[in-house]
Ligand binder design. Structure first.
Ligand code: MIC
Ligand code: SF4
Length: 640
């Protein structure tokens, strides 16, 4: 009898190129589509260039510009020119600044059910809303996939999230994912894929499904996915892409490693309180709390459905006097639709500030809140300081809650608004996607444009027999990549590692860079000591690449998140964990560290003894043969 398969098994088994899910801990999968965004893309393409391939080898590669669109100074504009020229040369489609946010655009114009998508952005799982296995990774992994190589994931455990019932008015997809985050938190989910199933699935349109899979990134899972069904078919047809549809649903009787049920009809408006997307409270419990700022948009909640809903709530009214409201749509398609149906005029009349359809505020690159402000936002991350204001208290909410609160100036649950029916036809205008005709082939003889902001990518060095070094920093639990490698005002240095490296751990210890450089001069390796769930959040490989540049050779943590762990290995940094988490207390910043026989340990089972002045304890790392090879030679680039 044929095995009954869930959606994850169906897509992964048809893309498997290495490993066996029944016995191996790592699987290699073929990647059909890739996406990059500008802030991670420049490094990805610099690395791709150094692979010496003539043009991209995967089915579709798209390079989006959405993060660094503020362009204060020449740096961002230089990056855009570089990216456009690389796209032309190598057969990549280039989405110009102003076209929209990568995940929203990819869902609208390119995502295909049943395929795999790898993106250099942690919210790539947005594609799960359309039935793709869409995974976020570091730029160098995307470069490998564009060169035709496989991508490796931990053999997944699949958790079925069974949806029953139907959402009440005023409650939406954001509340669903906040509920899932309340249950599973932002740590401890490494290696899982969440698959949504059950009768409630059919009640959610594609943008709502994409909101859920998008913010699934905050769980730390490999990805999240919905089936591809009639709703998906209708969405693709409305986008003029009926031919891209393929039905993929779980077989009757398919198994999951675990099942969690969410009764949609019982959900109420929720919020993620400062400073973690897993810190869930009800909006009701916050009633009476004043709000200073409301920001609506980001790749989580910037679809036509979302912004049209906001316009319906604000129609004929004005936002509260002491609140500032900013709205950033996800794409030009969304802006055009809102312009045509009058919603844009409604939003402007209501006193909203209309921002560019880009990442902007979400990454701290626009409208940072004032000191100690309470900011309600529809994006996916509320890490301390990410908004650009360290003292601000950011709460993550649905567009409905954001709009209702904009009118009152305090936390307010929305009591209902007319539903936005799924459009029968979206207006299609692909003019800001360049080089579509030469996609996959490229244009021979294209000269790559390199302004002074485009620096070389440094390469790691082979692992020494022993480690002699210093605990360059000791940090606590849930350190995010925003702590390690801040974005916002520093984002413009993404293409210039020596410059960007000056800001590693800026929010935690401003002297980190100088201390590391001094240790490096003395031939001492730098070691990062951390607590639980180190490297949460973004896929930015700079959080590994810049430490590598500063001579960091190992991280010793209680636990390390998936994408960051992979990035560390890609740059030759050993991801050690404490054999006994209590040993974390036996080491402090500045301690001298020695690991005798480090290289032999990596070649062996990954167990080593770390010696400090106060005694010794065991650290371990569990590496596949492929990962061992990378660590031993100093990272992926050094291995080519
Ligand atoms: C984010 O939301 O943190 C980012 C900025 O989109 C990152 C990518 C980056 O750091 O460039 C992500 O999610 O991976
Ligand atoms: Fe852009 Fe924010 Fe989405 Fe990251 S989370 S891709 S910064 S909109």
């Amino acid at each position: 009898m044929k095995k009954k398969m869930n959606v994850v098994e169906k897509i992964l088994s048809s893309h498997l190129v290495e490993g066996d899910a029944a016995k191996d801990s790592e699987l290699g999968i073929r990647i059909d589509q890739t996406l990059t965004q500008d802030a991670t893309g420049t490094m990805a393409y610099l690395q791709f260039e150094s692979m010496g391939v003539k043009h991209v080898k995967n089915d579709l590669a798209v390079s989006y510009v959405d993060h660094n669109t503020v362009q204060i100074g020449f740096e961002n504009a230089d990056d855009h020119d570089f990216l456009a020229s690389v796209a032309k040369k190598y057969g990549i489609i280039y989405s110009k600044a102003g076209n929209g946010i990568c995940h929203q655009l990819h869902l609208e114009r390119f995502g295909k059910p049943g395929t795999t998508l790898l993106g250099s952005d942690s919210h790539t799982p947005t594609g799960g809303g359309i039935g793709q296995i869409a995974i976020g990774a570091g730029g160098i992994d995307i470069a490998v996939a564009m060169a035709g190589g496989a991508f490796h994931i931990p053999t997944p455990k699949v958790r079925g999230i069974k949806l029953t019932g139907r959402l009440k008015k005023g409650v939406s997809a954001k509340d669903v994912i906040l509920k899932v985050l309340e249950k599973f938190g932002t740590k401890g989910n490494v290696g899982w894929i969440f698959e949504y199933f059950g009768p409630g699935v059919a009640t959610l349109d594609v943008p709502s499904r994409a909101t859920i899979t998008n913010m699934g990134a905050e769980l730390g899972v490999t990805t999240s996915v919905f089936p591809s069904d009639k709703v998906t078919k209708q969405f693709l047809a409305a986008q003029g892409r009926a031919k891209d549809f393929k039905e993929i649903t779980a077989d009757k009787g398919a198994k999951y490693d675990d099942v969690f049920t969410v009764d949609l009809s019982k959900l109420e408006p929720l919020a993620a309180a400062p400073h973690s997307p897993g810190n869930i409270v009800t909006v009701k419990s916050m009633r009476g709390t004043r709000v200073n700022q409301i920001m609506i948009g980001s790749c989580t909640n910037s679809s036509y459905r979302d912004i049209r809903t906001v316009a319906q709530i604000l129609k004929g009214k004005h936002v509260a006097e002491d609140v500032e409201v900013g709205i950033a749509c996800g794409s030009r398609q969304v802006v055009n639709m809102l312009a045509k149906d009058g919603s844009l005029a409604t939003l402007i009349s209501a006193g909203c500030r209309i921002l560019e359809n880009a990442c902007g505020f979400c990454i701290g690159a626009h409208m940072s809140p004032s000191t100690n402000a309470v900011s309600l936002r529809t994006n996916n991350r509320n890490f301390e300081g990410r908004s650009g204001t360290k003292s601000a208290k950011v709460y993550l909410v649905s567009p409905e809650t954001a709009a209702a609160s904009a009118l009152t100036g305090e936390f307010t649950a929305c009591t209902g608004t007319p539903a936005v029916p799924a459009p029968k036809k979206f207006p299609i205008d692909d003019e800001m996607f360049l080089y579509r005709k030469t996609a996959g082939k490229g244009v021979k003889g294209t000269k790559i444009v390199r302004g002074p902001n485009i620096a070389q990518v440094p390469k790691g060095t082979a692992l020494a027999a022993d480690l002699k070094g210093v605990a360059a920093i000791k940090v606590g639990d849930k350190i995010t990549t925003d702590h390690i490698m801040p974005a916002g005002a520093r984002l413009k240095f993404r293409s210039n590692v020596p410059e960007y490296a000056k800001y590693v751990f800026e929010p935690c210890d401003k002297s980190f860079h100088d201390n590391c450089m001094a240790n490096r001069e003395k031939n001492l390796a730098n070691v990062i000591v951390a607590g639980e769930s180190y490297g949460q959040g973004s896929s930015r490989e700079h959080a590994a690449l810049c430490p590598m540049y500063l001579g960091v050779k190992a991280v010793v943590a209680k636990s390390i998140e998936r994408i960051h762990r992979a990035n560390l290995i890609n740059f030759g940094i050993i991801p050690f964990t404490f054999a006994d988490a209590k040993d974390y207390d036996k080491i402090k910043a500045g301690d001298k560290i020695e690991i005798k026989g480090l290289k032999a340990a990596i070649e062996g089972d990954g167990t080593a003894v770390l010696k400090t002045a106060k005694g010794s304890f065991t650290v371990k790392t569990s590496l596949s043969d492929r990962e061992k090879r990378l660590i031993l030679c100093g990272g992926l680039l050094a291995s080519l």
